[in-house]
Design a binder for this molecule. Structure first.
Ligand code: HEM
Length: 426
């Protein structure tokens, strides 16, 4: 096979498929060959240019005029006709939000919406996060065994996200199902039969988002980032547009919780599989923020992000033609030895862990990163204090098959309740 720039496709590039087991289990490991031999390659199966080295990914993120984010939420697997018909029935119209908006519209909008992310405003959410984690922990602490994903890792971040947005907390189970449908729809490869089911979920999510939005618009202004957006939409409808409001309402519910839920599960898995590191955190909780950051580098919850070339452009010595779709495997960049020493090691003392690409980079870098970090920190603080004897059970991890959002679907842990510090020393 030949790539769109006329160059031959190597056998490894031809064989690459992000929906195969190796990438699903460990995307950084699955692209080791690429980092070492062919850091920019065309994948005929995906129809994307794959970029795996840290410096190349950062260069793409840095230049968002040449490498537009407009395809960031595009369906990576095109819809079947049946699925399209379903979406049409729901009047589905997901369009630009922040993450997939080009300049200059993006910056004008982002600037209007920064108030909710000041350190003081974020810190004001901390007691609520801690309270939620404590209640969830109270419910299981005498049990001795639990799947932390099912018990709290998705529900707490979802509750925090809705609170942060000002969206009423209704039907959490349904919202979780919607989020899974959205992830599969955007980054998955559903079979033709699954496509219809996924489209139903996405269509319902779109309708639901519209209903919630209209309800919020009809009420006096409450607290939360969605209310900030509604207000800006009234004041500056050309900057914070109507279409933006509805699309954002749907996208942000997912962006604000699924990412954090998966990141927390990844972090607990990595730390508990290294009992000495876990013990060190229990003895020295001041190490927790650095440990969380290192987990975001080593096993982030967003592992790949997309751009499209707006002109012929060179990346790592390869010319990507205008219109070329690009998959930056940020998880691979985070394991690039040219930037991180012993990259496969989880080192909570690493001094440049914060350079990781899990939150993206440049003008679109994650706005909610400090909220996500805070939630991870609080989870770790509560568990290291209240269940230092926690152990990871032997288990097979499974992942929702997709290119970009990654974390185990379940995380089984066990502990001896008789050893709980609060029982020994109430
Ligand atoms: C953008 C990851 C949590 C809101 C992004 C991007 C990534 C990302 C990769 C795209 C960056 C780019 O294009 O350079 C994550 C991860 C999280 C997380 C790994 C948790 C561990 C959150 C939370 C919020 C949030 C809690 C809540 C408010 C946003 C927004 C953008 C964004 C609004 C778009 C920013 C823009 O385009 O200007 N995030 N995110 N994220 N994230 Fe997050």
């Amino acid at each position: 096979p030949v790539a769109p720039n006329g160059c031959p496709v190597s056998p490894q590039a031809a064989g690459f498929d992000p929906f195969d087991r190796p990438y699903q289990l460990d995307p950084a490991e699955a692209l080791r060959w690429s980092r070492e031999q062919e850091p920019v390659f065309y994948s005929p199966r995906l129809g994307y240019w794959v970029v795996s080295r840290y410096a190349d990914i950062k260069a793409i993120f840095r230049d968002n005029l040449t490498f537009s984010p407009s395809i960031a939420l595009e369906k990576i697997t095109p819809s079947s006709d049946e699925a399209l018909a379903v979406l049409e029935r729901y009047d589905y119209g997901m369009h630009r939000t922040l993450v997939n908006e080009d300049e200059p519209a993006h910056m004008a909008r982002r600037r209007e919406l920064l108030d909710a992310f000041t350190p003081e405003v974020l810190e004001a959410h901390a007691p609520m996060v801690r309270q939620l984690v404590r209640e969830k922990l109270d419910a299981i602490i005498d049990r001795g065994r639990a799947d932390l994903v099912a018990e709290m890792f998705w529900e707490v971040p979802l509750t925090v996200a809705l609170h942060f947005l000002g969206v009423p907390e209704e039907d959490m189970e349904q919202l979780r199902r919607f989020s899974v449908a959205h992830t599969l729809n955007t980054w998955g490869r559903p079979s033709p039969e699954q496509q219809v089911e996924v489209a139903e979920g996405v269509g319902k999510f779109w309708q639901y988002s519209g209903q919630v939005l209209r309800k919020m618009q009809s009420q006096p202004r409450g607290h939360g980032w969605m209310y900030d957006m509604i207000e800006k939409n009234r004041q500056k409808p050309d900057v914070v547009t109507d279409s933006y409001l509805h699309s954002m309402m749907m996208a942000i519910i997912v962006a604000a919780h699924e990412t954090t839920a998966l990141a927390t599960a990844n972090a607990f898995r990595q730390l508990l599989s290294r009992p000495a590191v876990w013990a060190e955190l229990c003895d020295n909780p001041e190490l927790i923020p650095a440990a969380a950051e290192e987990c975001l580098r080593h096993s982030g919850s967003v592992v790949a992000w997309r751009r499209i070339a707006t002109r012929d452009a060179e990346v790592g010595g390869v010319t990507i033609p205008e219109g070329g779709r690009i998959l930056m495997v940020t998880a691979s960049g985070n394991h690039d030895p040219a930037h991180f020493e012993n990259p496969d090691e989880l080192d909570i003392y690493r001094d440049n862990a914060v350079d990781h690409l899990t939150f993206g980079y440049g003008s679109h870098q994650c706005m909610g990163k400090n909220l996500g970090r805070m939630e991870m920190r609080i989870f770790l603080e509560e568990f290291t204090r209240r269940l230092p004897q926690l152990e990871l059970e032997e288990q097979e991890f499974t992942f929702l098959p997709n290119t970009s959002f990654r974390g185990p679907e379940a995380l089984w842990v066990r502990w001896d309740p008789a050893q709980n510090p609060e029982r020994r020393d109430p």
